[in-house]
Design a protein around this ligand. Structure first.
Ligand code: ADP
Ligand code: ADP
Length: 225
């Protein structure tokens, strides 16, 4: 069964007097364990697609299924609850809380989900260790390199064991060497957990390493190999 399915998704933005259909009857299906690269020019609608898929934004038409659950009729609160249990996000900029350490940043979503401090800490340390950051757990974001910050952001995104990871240019702010390092960490995690990932990226080299590649073409998702 797909973890994520987009059916006939339309998203229209009003720009001045005009209407811009960024997504236009878009279809997309993501299965467990798949890692899919979304490669398309700036302005093609990649962020919009990720926001709609991750229930951050409601489409103007169509249906988003998460683990087979239709989401369009759910209340905002129900969508938020579903998102917290099923979807992790990584952005181009880490958005870690600066006053908290790496391990605390990874603990936070778990504590919001109701885990005890002890269990959240144990899981956070395990994840950081897995991503090669054991020695960095007590550092604040400003004390970490760009690559380390992004790996902490990845750990935070998967802390609640979501089945789906959505990433918007997760290595877009990094030099190629560091991007490669961060991407490898992500790959290791995907292989170990069976996480399904959709990653918007400008990097053809990184896209080539993923199991599937798609693009956005006039508001539709098109497979490219
Ligand atoms: P990408 O991530 O591929 O660069 P986006 O999804 O960010 O593309 O944006 C697609 C198009 O939609 C762009 O033309 C952008 O200007 C427009 N757009 C995005 N968000 C909004 C918004 N909230 N209001 C109006 N237009 C928007
Ligand atoms: P990564 O590939 O994980 O981004 P880098 O190659 O950028 O790592 O950095 C190598 C090491 O140098 C890191 O483990 C980090 O400890 C240290 N380092 C890099 N930049 C900084 C920084 N701005 N502040 C503190 N330490 C840094």
């Amino acid at each position: 069964e797909p973890v994520l399915q987009l059916q006939g998704i339309t998203r229209v933005y009003k720009q001045g007097g005009a209407a811009l259909a960024v997504l236009n009857d878009a279809e997309f299906t993501l299965f467990p364990g798949q890692s899919v690269a979304l490669v398309a020019p700036s302005g093609a609608g990649k962020s919009t697609l990720l926001h709609v898929a991750g229930l951050l934004e409601r489409p103007d038409g169509g249906e988003v299924f998460i683990n087979g659950v239709a989401t369009s009729q759910l209340s905002d609160d129900a969508r938020t609850a579903l998102r917290r249990n099923t979807v992790g996000f990584v952005y181009q900029f880490h958005h870690l809380l600066p006053e908290f350490t790496a391990v605390e940043n990874v603990m936070l979503p778990q504590m919001i989900a109701g885990l005890s401090r002890q269990r959240a800490r144990a899981r956070a340390l395990e994840l950081l260790d897995y991503l090669g950051l054991a020695a960095r757990a007590k550092h604040r974001p400003a004390e970490l390199s760009g690559g380390e910050q992004q790996r902490v952001a990845i750990a935070r995104a998967v802390a609640n064991a979501p089945g789906i990871l959505l990433a918007d240019e997760p290595t877009g702010n990094l030099d190629p060497h560091t991007a490669d390092h961060v991407f490898s960490a992500l790959e290791t995690l995907v292989e170990a957990t069976g996480l399904a990932t959709l990653v918007a990226t400008h990097s053809q080299a990184l896209a080539a390493r993923m199991t599937r590649r798609v693009t956005l073409d006039e508001g539709n998702v098109r497979e490219t190999g």
